[in-house]
Design a protein around this ligand. Structure first.
Ligand SMILES: Nc1ncnc2c1ncn2[C@@H]1O[C@H](COP(=O)(O)OP(=O)(O)O)[C@@H](O)[C@H]1O
Ligand SMILES: [Mg+2]
Length: 314
């Protein structure tokens, strides 16, 4: 043990060294080193296809890296997702993965199962051993829902939540495993500017709870506001790592993004589109509901023959 490196500070939460991931002939991640310390928010940016999500998958045991090592608080992680979670790393996904037909509260309770003695099935089936832990678990889950601002929707089915709230719920579910490190994969994708700002505050609050954060995001303003340190992946390799100021000013980073301006919320246009689509869908739904109402009214009067104008199409 005396040989063990003395440079491993006690504050190191995550240490990835020489992580390489190959898929056949494609090297998606090439020899990437990355450290996250306690109290830090670290950003991971890079163009689409740069290998960011693949790197996350290597950290969380979804993929077994072709080469390299991942340690959490000084211990090498076994490449098994459930072992990584119980070690203390939680994550959210680029493509939301909630149980659509479970309530908001139930989704958070599922996230807790790694931290309670009772297993997932016991929690879902409410076996006898579950009752004891149930009260404490529910209290903690409700606390987390309050924290993310969704307590009032605890009994809603998660599939009925708007997109931005589903993303927040994913964060609550991840927090339910009481992690020491939270990995967020594009947490503001599809959010409107207000939701993005709120998410920024949420991530700061999570950091203040003593949880280190590693976040992938395309919204540069979000990343550079939020992060103590930013690493840039390009074609699987780490191009540069440094403070927001240093990374933001780097010519190669600007070139990698084809000169896309970092100021001025590049995600705004996309968010506006999502909002418009949502508003449109809501209006269409309301219209359909109204139409259904009036049809049922008119049908009781027996005057349904007036709806025959589209008869030739059938
Ligand atoms: N399971 C997989 N099998 C084969 N290729 C993959 C797999 N996952 C990702 N890739 C490839 O690895 C590269 C990096 O993808 P990804 O990590 O999703 O990038 P990013 O998250 O930065 O957009 C892409 O070329 C992608 O097609
Ligand atoms: Mg990705």
């Amino acid at each position: 043990m005396t040989d063990m490196t003395t440079t491993t500070a006690t504050s190191t939460v995550l240490e990835a060294s020489g992580v390489t991931m190959r898929f056949g002939g494609l090297t998606a991640v090439r020899s990437v080193d990355l450290t996250v310390n306690s109290g830090e928010i670290v950003g991971l940016i890079g163009p689409n296809g740069a290998g960011k999500t693949t790197f996350f998958n290597c950290l969380t045991g979804l993929y077994v890296p072709t080469e390299g090592k991942v340690s959490y608080k000084g211990k090498v992680l076994p490449p098994k997702p459930h072992l990584v979670t119980s070690a203390g790393i939680a994550r959210t996904f680029q493509n939301i993965r909630l149980f659509a037909n479970m309530t908001v509260l139930e989704n958070v309770l599922v996230g807790r199962h790694t931290r309670t003695k009772e297993g997932l099935w016991s929690a879902l089936l409410r076996g006898p051993g579950f009752r004891k832990a149930e009260t404490a678990s529910r209290e903690r889950a409700m606390e987390l829902l309050e924290f993310i601002g969704l307590a009032h929707k605890a009994d809603h089915l998660s599939r009925n939540l708007p997109y931005g709230e589903q993303r927040k719920l994913e964060i609550a579910r991840a927090l339910a495993s009481e992690p020491g490190l939270l990995l967020l994969d594009e947490p503001t994708a599809g959010m409107n500017p207000q939701e993005t700002r709120a998410t920024e505050e949420l991530v700061f609050a999570i950091r203040d709870m003593g949880i280190a954060v590693l976040v992938i995001e395309h919204d540069m303003r979000f990343i550079f506001n939020l992060c103590d340190r930013v690493a840039v992946l390009v074609q699987g390799e780490k191009l540069i790592e440094g403070t927001s100021e240093v990374v933001q000013a780097d010519e190669r980073v600007i070139a990698a993004y084809l000169g896309e301006p970092f100021e001025g919320a590049p995600g705004d246009a996309e968010a506006a589109e999502v909002e418009a689509a949502e508003a449109h869908a809501e209006a269409a739904e309301a219209e359909a509901a109204e139409a259904a109402d009036s049809t049922s009214e008119t049908s009781t009067t027996g005057t349904t023959s007036t709806t025959g104008t589209k008869g030739d199409a059938q």
